[in-house]
Design a protein around this ligand. Structure first.
Ligand SMILES: [Cu+2]
Length: 175
């Protein structure tokens, strides 16, 4: 069964391996750990472009190589929306005034949303707050947002029941 016919199977194997890695990443992203500091040793872009704990994200403030995102060149932050109704990472550090492109990937069967903005609006699911709707399984969708002012800012999923289950995250603004 190996030989040339084995190659497509090998591809499926890699896909499965990538999925397993993300599931593991989810486990490591449990409350109390420091997901943004976990490194899998895979460079920018990450395996198959998926997010993970800092997976493929550009360096954040305080990390070497940090470059503040601008409207012309937003900084990319990749976030996983997990089947456990969590965002990984659930804390994102942003330099005041930065423009960030969030690339949100759903891992698992549940469909998620990603809303970001002033914390009060995100908590209340205020109409007009920037949001990505309907991020299905293995889909990655992006939203670009400029953090003007000192906040507080946050992000959340308002798919039915998800926010109530704790599917939210916070933005830490640093000067
Ligand atoms: Cu959700």
């Amino acid at each position: 069964m190996m030989g040339k016919r084995g190659l497509p199977l090998l591809g499926i194997g890699f896909l499965a391996a990538g999925f397993t890695l993300i599931v593991l990443a989810g486990a490591f992203g449990a409350p109390g750990s420091s997901p943004t500091q976990v490194s899998w040793g895979i460079g920018p872009g990450g395996m198959m472009g998926f997010g993970g704990p800092g997976f493929g994200s550009a360096p954040d403030p305080g990390s070497s190589g940090f470059v503040a995102g601008t409207a012309a060149a937003p900084r990319v932050v990749r976030i996983v929306a997990s089947e456990q109704l969590r965002f990984i990472p659930d804390v994102v550090t942003v330099k005041a005034g930065e423009t960030i492109t969030f690339e949100v990937t759903t891992v698992g069967m549940s469909v998620h949303e990603f809303m970001v903005g002033p914390a009060a609006d995100v908590a209340a699911n205020t109409t007009g707050t920037p949001e990505i709707a309907d991020i299905g399984m293995m889909q990655a969708k992006s939203l670009t947002y400029t953090f003007a002012g000192s906040g507080p800012f946050s992000f959340a999923c308002h798919a039915p029941g998800h926010y109530e289950a704790g599917m939210k995250g916070s933005i830490v603004i640093v000067p």
